[in-house]
Design a binder for this molecule. Sequence first.
Ligand SMILES: [Zn+2]
Length: 91
Amino acid sequence: MSGIARKVNKYGRITIPIEIRKLLDIDTETDLELLEIENGISLTRITGNSCVFCCSLNHLIAFKRKVICIHCAKQIKRTPLPNEEASAPMR
Ligand SMILES: [Zn+2]
């Protein structure tokens, strides 16, 4: 799915498009969690214990007070880190 632009109204609200609500089975009683991520916000259904990245309910582990699945944990482990010298603050 590509990005969908929405303006924030004067109350700080946005509307989740009906197509996305139907796709993700989100209705008026659905609990959602907003997480600040790099360059934005992640909006995730709260389903008790589920992976914060992919919402999987299986193969979960706890890490720094968050729940993630082992598949996302493995992906994170394989993701290269930025060069520490290049990202170090200038003195
Ligand atoms: Zn996951």
